[in-house]
Structure formats: C-alpha cells, structure tokens
Ligand binder design. Sequence first.
Ligand code: BGC
Length: 437
Amino acid sequence: MLLVASVAALGGLLFGYDTGVISGAILFITKDFDLPARLQAFTISIVLIGCMAGSAVAGTVADAIGRRRTLLWAGIVFLAGAVISALAPNETILLAGRFVVGIGIGFSSVVAPLYISEVAPAPVRGALVSLYQFAITAGILAAYLVDYALSGGEQWRWMLGLAVVPSLVLVGGMFKMPESPRYLFKIAQAARARDELSRIYDDAAASAQEEQSIVASLQTKSDGIAAFREPALAWALFIGVSLAVLQQVTGINTVIYYGPQIFEMAGIASASTSILAQSLVGAVNCGMTLIAIFFVDRVGRKPLLYLGLIGMFAALSALAASFARPQLSGQNGTVALASMMVYVGCYAFSLGPIVWLLISEIFPLRVRGLGMSLSTLANWVGNFLVSQFFLVMVERLGLPGTFALYAVLCIVTIFFVRSVVPETKRELLESIRVYRP
Ligand code: BGC
C-alpha cells in the first residue's frame, strides 16, 4: 500500500517541483530570450492556467478511463511538458511547454489524492494522502536546491528538464499499480474489484465490510454535474470548494513563490542569503508535513487544523507587526524570519495536507471525481489570483496590511472548520456523511 501511495505521490513531487522551479529559472530565461516584464510574469503564471484547465477535466477523465490510467497519462503529459520546455528554441515554445506541464499538474492534483484515498485502508488513509502533500513539499524543496545548484552555470534548461526523471518513474510505476477497487465497482467489474480489496485488507471481514459499503453507495444512480442539485451533494461541494479556496487565500504561496522578494523588500537580507532562507522555508515545509503523516489518523483532522491555523494566525500577526517597523534589523528581523518559518511549519501539518485529504473524502463515490475536480479547480483559481495580486496588494496595503489580512482569513477558516467540516478520522470512505439537514 505504501508503494502504491508513493508512486501516486510522485504526481505530487512533480506538482511541487514544476511549480517551484520557475522562480530560479526565470532569471536566466529572461536573459536568454530577452523578455520584457510582462512576458516574464506570463512565463511564470501560464503554468497555473494549465493547472486550471487540467484540473477542470481530470475528474471526468478519471471516471471515464479509471484512476490508474489517468495518472499514467498525467505522467506522460509531465514528460512531454518537461522535454518541450527544456528544449524550447524560443519563448513561444517555452510557453507551450509550461502550459503542458500545467495540464499535467492539474491532472495529478485531482487524481493522485483521489487514487490514494480510494486504495487506502480507512485506518491509514490520512497518513497516505498526507504522503502526497509531503511529496509536493519535497518537490518544492528539490526545485529550490536544483535552482541553487545550477544557477552558477545559468542552466535553466536543465532546471526545467530534470523533471523528466520523476515523470519516467511515475509512468513506469503506474503501469504496474492496481486500479482503485472503488472505480472497478463503479464500472461493474466486481470480480476484479474484490480481488483488489482482498489485497488491501488482510482480513476478509474488513474487506467484505468495505465491499458492502461501496456497493450500497452505488445504489443511487444519478451522477454528473446535475447530481449537485441534491442538497447533500451541494453541501459537500460547498465545503470542498471553500476549503480549497481557504487553503490559498490564507497566503501560503506568497511565501512559497515570493519568499526571497519578501526578505529583500523588508531589507532583511541580501539576494544570496534570501535564497538560502528560502531553502530553509522549503525544508521546514517538507519536514513539518511529517507531523501530519504521524498524527492525522491518531488525533484526527480537525484538531490538527485548529492547532495549525492558530499557529498560522499568531505567526502572521507577528509578521505584520514586525514589518510595520520602518526598517527591519537585528532582533526585529530575526522575529520576522522566525515567524515566517512558524507560519510555513504550521501550514505544513494542517491546511496543506488536510485540505487535499478532506476533499478526497467528503464526496460520495458516484460524484467523487467531479467533486474533486471542481474543488481542485477552485484551489488553482485561488492560487492564481493570490499570486497574481500579491505584489499589487503589497503596493496598496503594504506588507503589514497584507499579512494582517491573511491572519484574519485564518480566523475565518477556524470558524468554517468548526461549524461545517466533519471529522473523518478512521471512517470508511463510503460512510462519511457531511450533510446535516
Ligand atoms: C498547495 C500549494 C502549495 C503547497 C505548499 C499545497 O497543498 O496546494 O498551492 O504551494 O501546498 O507546500
């Protein structure tokens, strides 16, 4: 099971690597292709447009050709995107390559957590889906380190091209992985589905119980977008989309994408120490995700969310306060840096993994692909808007105002989780109910 989840999580690794790598590569691409500022920004954001396109259709594809094959295709798309971008003779082809990479990320951001959650036994589902977030953060960290290592030689083609390696492993791996038993029941291949279930559960009774709950959940026939008119499904969609948006509007990607600029804007550090500080951000993000892997099935989703969000709120408030001083230096600069680490660390064991986990859990099987697609699409739209408007917000509100706004949104998220999000720890996937009329 760990192997299956790890291979699927490679989709997360590519997600992290491909969204992170451009921050370093763009400096040299700009030089080589002589890009004006507008095209520079577009080279960075086109990947997010691809992500939106990919995530919008991924659920429908996963329902049509299966989870396993969709992930395999995502790997092929990643591979093609990496090759096209690395070899691009001009900016237009580079943009095309980055768009293709975005489609790959969009696909895997829907199907990797969906697949992992559907093949995982209930008692460890949280840990296995959190492994996916761990892979995202490992990918981001790897991208920072590769950028750092290759920046001396200005080798942006290698920076983008190295994604070929995990793509090949993903494609090779997915050839061998099993299909989700839930999907097999959905397409009426009960014998194969039973076979897969008995591989997941050693215990025949547990496997029979899973089968029963999956089959029962398929009794209601309606699926497709119209199904979301049912109040229970509309409610699940509301929760999924809101969680996905809240994950973004609490500001994580301003630190992930703009960390070095923030350090420099505040006058904390020189360019090179900023890049180093950014690697530390990457390491904290990756390391702290382990806490979720260990605790999410023991203490539950909601307690971790509360703890993380309170920490994020406190850290953002401290950041706002220290950036409010005219020039950061000495002790105040250290407080700001430490707060940034606390913020990222707290996100890493809460909102990061648990949002992906919850949106893979709250939809019943018949609309799971579509529900995840729509929630993930909302996540990418949120990501796009926050990253596009961050610099504008800093201009209008200043850094203190911007961080204070994110802090307020953490509080909104706490109330949202408290009032509408169900605790799903150790429940069978098909027993999860989010609707309380
Ligand atoms: C988010 C990404 C973010 C990453 C940071 C993911 O869960 O969806 O937008 O860059 O976490 O670790």
